[in-house]
Design a protein around this ligand. Structure first.
Ligand SMILES: Cc1ncc(COP(=O)(O)O)c(C=O)c1O
Length: 374
């Protein structure tokens, strides 16, 4: 059986014709930059997330960089990030000469641990840094603990930028991702729950003055017009063709997230108890960007599954505080034990809305056969 890790072909069977039509329209009108599809998609995005402003940009990485620029983060500022995440979360901080401050994650959710976060903020002050921003990551699609994080942010007067690159379409307490923090950044990288056919990203916020600042920053710091430059900015736009594709994809997102939840439920119910399955906190509805298990012999299990045509991926094999470009930055506590443990034990299984029962049964029975033999 040939099982893809994510299956964009299966999605194309559902909306392929609409996607072709949408791209063809852009090819005809030729407004490749800032075409009408961009603002149409921004409206759909804001409506989906139930927020007032959605500002699209060139990538999920820029969607983190732009709000940090808007806040004015720079040298001497500490920005608190989990270590168990994709590099972009910390990279944008260092690009602005601020200090990424690595915080350990919670063993159950893999997301930043609020109690450790509080101690990290106190520790950063003792080191002479100025705590400025928290960037929680909704890893693998599950929202971080925003109630606690927002409370800590208020106590220490910090900004919160939610890195929702993997969680667009998720909810917490019935509230969609996009409105859980002051600022939310997301990515439309092709493999994300809402992915385009290239790079793309967006920032969501109810803060109107911030939204206006971000719109200027993404367009070279423009003022009244393109040739009036009032701040130092970037060129970071979502291409019209990508917006046209995303208009079609967001229409089926709710249904696709429901399907991902069914796939996750089946995995969780039927995979052998010897394997630790994802834990979703009460009140969270995950977007299931990944279905990630913890298993002592994950490398052998991965090889075994590969021989059967079942792909798996390790997200992430090395936490950021151990990456050679990032070892110089501070962390709390001294040993980020949970991040290191997870990097050595996690394994992500095929996960997408179109995984058939037959495919999933084969994956589950193969895993269970392996654990039985062990
Ligand atoms: C947690 C996280 N943050 C940020 C990014 C960056 O997004 P992009 O690849 O669109 O720049 C990604 C995506 O790969 C991600 O998974």
């Amino acid at each position: 059986m040939d099982i893809p890790f994510i299956d964009l072909d299966a999605q194309e069977k559902v909306i392929g014709k609409k996607l072709e039509g949408a791209v063809e329209t852009v090819l005809q009108h030729k407004k490749f930059i800032n075409g009408p599809e961009v603002s149409v998609f921004e409206e759909s995005l804001a409506k989906f997330a139930n927020v007032n402003n959605a500002i699209t940009c060139g990538s999920g990485t820029d969607a983190l960089l732009l709000p940090l620029m808007a806040i004015g983060v720079g040298e001497g500022d500490a920005v608190f990030v989990p270590s168990f995440t994709f590099v972009a979360t910390a990279e944008v901080v260092s690009l602005l000469k601020a200090t990424p401050f690595f915080v350990d994650v919670d063993m159950k959710t893999f997301n930043i641990d609020p109690e450790i976060l509080r101690n990290a903020i106190i520790a950063s002050k003792k080191m002479g840094l100025k705590p400025k921003v928290i960037i929680p990551v909704d890893l693998f699609g599950q929202p971080a603990c925003y109630d606690q994080i927002n409370e800590i942010a208020e106590e220490f007067s910090l900004n919160v930028i939610s890195d929702a690159a993997q969680s667009f379409g998720a909810k917490q307490g019935g509230k969609p991702v996009g409105g859980l923090a002051h600022i939310t950044s997301t990515s439309f990288f092709p493999s994300k729950p809402l992915g385009c056919y290239g790079d793309g990203g967006a920032i969501l916020t109810d803060d109107k003055p911030l939204a206006e600042n971000l719109m200027s920053l993404r367009a070279h710091g423009s003022g009244k017009n393109k040739y009036d430059n009032v701040r130092i900015g970037l060129n970071s736009r979502l291409d019209t063709i990508q917006a046209a594709i995303l208009i079609e994809k967001i229409n089926i997102l709710k249904n696709e997230i429901e399907k991902r939840n069914l796939v996750a439920k089946k995995y969780s119910e039927e995979i052998d108890k010897k394997i630790q399955k994802p834990i979703i906190n009460n009140g969270n509805y995950s977007a299931w960007a990944q279905y990630t298990i913890i298993y002592e012999n994950r490398d052998q299990l991965s090889e075994y599954l590969k021989d059967k045509g079942i792909p798996t991926v390790i997200y992430y094999p090395k936490p950021l505080h151990l990456q050679s470009a990032y070892t110089v930055f501070p962390r709390y506590p001294k040993n980020l034990k949970v991040s290191e443990f997870l990097s050595s034990k996690v394994l992500s299984l095929p996960m997408h809305p179109y995984l058939s029962s037959a495919q999933q049964n084969f994956i589950i029975s193969s895993i269970n056969k392996y654990t039985k033999e062990k």
